[in-house]
Design a protein around this ligand. Structure first.
Ligand SMILES: Cc1cc2nc3c(=O)[nH]c(=O)nc-3n(C[C@H](O)[C@H](O)[C@H](O)COP(=O)(O)OP(=O)(O)OC[C@H]3O[C@@H](n4cnc5c(N)ncnc54)[C@H](O)[C@@H]3O)c2cc1C
Length: 447
């Protein structure tokens, strides 16, 4: 139980992408913001850390996410480009075989391709820069929430230092934001406070990734990146992305029985078994810099904290701790940045106590950012026969059929491509694909 006045102190659990961006916006209203991170965080060059295992796999930041981060931290994207990240025009600067055919002669949307480690370390440097209200306490693990005097209120966290004797201690706060990623145990922490367990929706396409770094070959090629997508008939794909350090990060993707392997020989034969031989051919001049590593836990899972009726004052959930997407659509980081923007808008000009009193409304607003990406990911995933989750109804099947036609048209029709990529990059809502102009072009093509 917290007794000191900690109203002006906010705690953020997790120093991943979402935790850093949220801490940054809270730093405009709170006197102090402490980000608690269980991993040791390097001061020097970016390195892999176990708390973010997905960082070894391809990560793209769609233009909407770039714009959101740039608004929150001006200059950050230019800095990442200068440090070796690449802005890629999709699909025109790529070789991209969609689930239907190769994209050709159409423009879409840009994305930033950069290693997840570099992206996070650049954000961290900016967020804890001199004069900022934000500090990071690393090597500490949060183990639960602390109730405060006024009943349904969170007043801080319980935590312990990692590698020490393991004794728990407490840290008081007027606001706690959980940004603990895919491994978050926040639903359990909520039950310990006496709150009902939130419902989690789940759609699992049972997608697996297997990724490794290669040196980028010096020879000229007419594309910056390559994506050979799988489809329900051949659910195997692969991506080549340029990242910092003159490297390619190459991820092989497979669904259900088609999990991509990690051993050298099997990895190369999987690459050769995709719908096109181009990716395998591109590998010929490339020197491997790492072994392959796998990632399997890729289900879409949305924990509906916003529906919990007696939501405690002073508590919020953001990022993957709230909703995790099948990564193949590249939406998680953009959604995290949009959530930080929403929080910034809702807390602007308010006092910390007022912000803490309104966390239920803010939680609902944050959850709204999730829906467009959720609709895209789960709608597409349900097209695959081995997907676990509720079957799409008649309407859902019609939507899938329609979207498949939009995608086929987008391969070569510049108008449909523009509309399609505006949705995929989260710049426009999915329903904008239903306008008569787009529908006429998508359906005409089919005939
Ligand atoms: C294989 C894969 C590929 C992906 N590709 C893309 C992509 O192309 N584009 C895209 O936009 N998104 C992608 N994503 C999603 C993206 O990685 C996440 O959406 C994003 O990292 C979410 O950030 P976060 O801060 O919520 O979680 P994370 O970045 O996972 O950070 C959570 C942090 O919390 C810490 N933590 C956890 N528990 C505790 C605790 N109890 N106490 C203290 N600290 C704790 C962890 O150590 C970690 O540092 C991908 C995801 C996967 C799995």
């Amino acid at each position: 139980m917290v007794t000191d006045d900690v109203t002006g102190h906010a705690v953020v659990v997790g120093a991943g992408l979402s935790g850093l961006l949220t801490a940054h916006v809270l730093g405009r209203s709170f006197e102090r913001v402490t980000v608690i991170e269980r991993d040791a965080l390097p001061d020097g060059p970016p390195v892999f850390r176990p708390g973010v295992p997905q960082s070894r796999h391809v990560h793209i930041l769609w233009s909407r996410g770039m714009a959101a981060m740039e608004e929150l931290l001006p200059g950050v994207i230019t800095g990442l480009e200068a440090a070796g990240g690449a802005v890629v025009g999709a699909p025109e600067q790529m070789r991209w075989l969609s689930a239907a055919r190769w994209f050709s002669g159409v423009r879409g949307a840009d994305y930033l391709s950069v290693s997840r480690e570099l992206l996070e370390s650049a954000l961290r440097r900016r967020v804890v820069a001199d004069g900022s209200a934000v500090t990071v306490l690393d090597r500490h693990e949060v183990t639960g929430l602390l109730p405060a005097r006024a009943g349904q209120t969170v007043g801080g966290v319980r935590l312990r230092e990692r590698g020490a004797d393991g004794a728990e201690f407490t840290m008081g706060a007027g606001l706690v934001v959980v940004a603990a990623g895919r491994s978050s145990r926040a639903a359990g922490w909520l039950s310990e406070l006496g709150c009902p367990t939130p419902v989690t929706e789940r759609v699992d396409a049972r997608l697996g990734y297997s990724s490794r770094y290669f040196g980028r070959p010096a020879d000229e090629r007419p594309w910056k990146a390559m994506y050979v997508q799988g489809n329900p008939d051949v659910p195997r794909g692969g991506v080549i992305l340029p990242v910092d350090g003159g490297r390619w990060l190459i991820t092989l993707i497979g669904q259900g029985e088609h999990q991509p392997p990690t051993s050298e020989e099997d990895w190369l034969s999987f690459a050769a078994s995709l719908r096109s031989a181009e990716l395998s051919q591109a590998l010929r001049g490339a020197v491997p810099l790492s072994d392959a590593v796998a990632f399997r836990a890729t289900a879409n899972e949305w924990t509906h904290f916003e529906r919990v009726r007696r939501w405690p004052r002073g508590l919020m959930m953001v990022g993957d701790a709230l909703c995790r997407f099948n990564p193949v659509y590249g939406h998680g980081m953009t959604v995290a940045a949009l959530q930080a923007q929403v929080i910034a808008g809702r807390i602007a000009g308010r006092e910390p106590a007022d912000i803490a009193a309104r966390t239920q409304q803010t939680q609902r607003a944050v959850a709204k950012c999730v829906r467009p990406a959720w609709v895209i990911a789960t709608g597409e995933d349900r097209r695959y026969p081995g997907t676990d989750g509720p079957e799409p109804g008649r309407l859902g099947r019609m939507q899938q059929e329609y979207l498949a036609r939009v995608l086929a048209a987008a391969n070569t029709d510049p108008v449909v491509a523009e509309a399609f990529f505006a949705v995929l990059s989260l710049n426009r809502r999915p329903e904008t694909l239903l306008t008569p102009r787009i529908a006429a072009r998508a359906l005409r093509r089919r005939r």
